[in-house]
Design a protein around this ligand. Structure first.
Ligand SMILES: [Zn+2]
Length: 349
């Protein structure tokens, strides 16, 4: 038995010395010292030996086990040290190498870029930007904007009502912020309101959700000429310095008088093929937004906030950001703006 222990010990020592990796060493530890290994079994079986053999056998087995234990631990440290060094060498970063080719970071979506472009124009004209809730009360969306109780826009076929919430809608325009802005601050007030609006409409020129920018100016001595001058500056900044605007009579519940605003066509007419101009249909004018002078009735809803229709006047306008972007960039279908097709989006970097 003692010879067998010596042989095991010699075999194990040779194997441990030859182990090349920590993983190999762990396998050897299991093989020679593990629960099912021979040496520990010898130790467990000492009691069954002849009494005279118990002492020397137990001693030899114990010594062998302790020696192996120490040997494996020492070899383990050696290997771990070498492996760490190897990893460090493999992971070394050469900071003098040139960087990887830069990845394109993308660019703003056409709608975002257009919104910012429009915002910049009005910031330059002295307007500030405000945002408002997309879930809005009927009071702000319709009532305070002078919509008659029978106005068709209130219909559930046209407007998303929030179920179980009473008179609450997804705002159908950014105009409710006219009232909220006036409630928040006495005149003079020059504000634009970009944001999402919702209507129950879906086809090539309508999506249930789209974007508007509202504008409101209230001050003393504001006239229709101020409105026209402001929109002319806007049209020239967005569509080119040679543009003209014209106002056509229209009706909106919350402006009086109300006008639709056209911009002179910005396409090159002399160079186009013999078809009709795709933008103006050869009329020379393109409708871009609706506007008008603030109806005195609307001021009636905010009279206690300093808006006395006898003292101040105002103009308001609202435009679709999608429409401006489509006109300016020749986008033929509104839905392209929402399809997330990279071939389309990449054209507007
Ligand atoms: Zn044209």
């Amino acid at each position: 038995m003692i010879e067998r222990i010596a042989a095991l010990r010699a075999e194990a020592e040779a194997a441990v010395a030859a182990a090349g990796t920590s993983a190999e060493l762990e396998q050897l530890r299991v093989r020679y010292l593990g629960r099912k290994a021979e040496l520990p079994n010898v130790l467990r079986g000492i009691a069954q030996l002849e009494p005279a053999q118990r002492g020397p056998t137990g001693k030899a087995a114990n010594q062998a086990r302790q020696a192996l234990d120490a040997l494996i631990a020492a070899r383990g440290e050696q290997l771990a040290g070498g492996e760490l060094e190897q990893r460090l060498r493999a992971d070394v970063v050469d900071v003098t190498l040139p960087g990887r080719p830069p990845q394109p970071v993308g660019h703003l979506h056409l709608l975002t870029a257009t919104r910012r472009e429009i915002e910049d124009v009005f910031l330059g004209l002295g307007f500030r930007i405000a945002e408002g809730p997309e879930v809005e009360t009927v009071y702000y969306n319709f009532d305070a904007l002078n919509h008659a109780p029978t106005h068709p826009a209130r219909d559930r076929l046209d407007t998303f009502y929030v179920e179980g919430a009473g008179d609450v809608v997804l705002r159908t325009h950014t105009s409710p912020m006219q009232i909220r802005a006036m409630e928040a601050q006495p005149p003079p007030l020059y504000v634009i309101v970009p944001g999402r609006v919702y209507r129950r409409d879906s086809d090539a020129t309508h999506t249930p959700q789209f974007h508007q920018i509202e504008g409101l100016a209230v001050d003393e001595d504001i006239t229709l000429a101020d409105l026209k001058g402001t929109l002319l500056a806007f049209a020239r900044a967005i569509f080119g310095p040679d543009r003209e605007v014209r106002l056509r009579p229209h009706f909106f519940p919350f402006t009086e008088p109300s006008v639709e605003v056209d911009v002179s066509c910005f396409m090159e007419h002399s160079a186009r093929p013999p078809q009709r101009c795709r933008v103006c249909k050869d009329t020379g004018w393109v409708e871009i937004l609706g506007s008008g002078m603030v109806d005195p009735n609307v001021f009636g809803y905010v009279a206690e906030h300093g808006y006395d229709a006898e003292r101040v006047q105002g103009f308001a306008f609202g435009m679709g950001i999608e429409r401006i972007a489509m006109l300016k960039h020749g986008v033929p279908d509104l839905r392209l703006l929402y399809d997330n097709d990279a071939r389309f989006l990449e054209q507007f970097g």
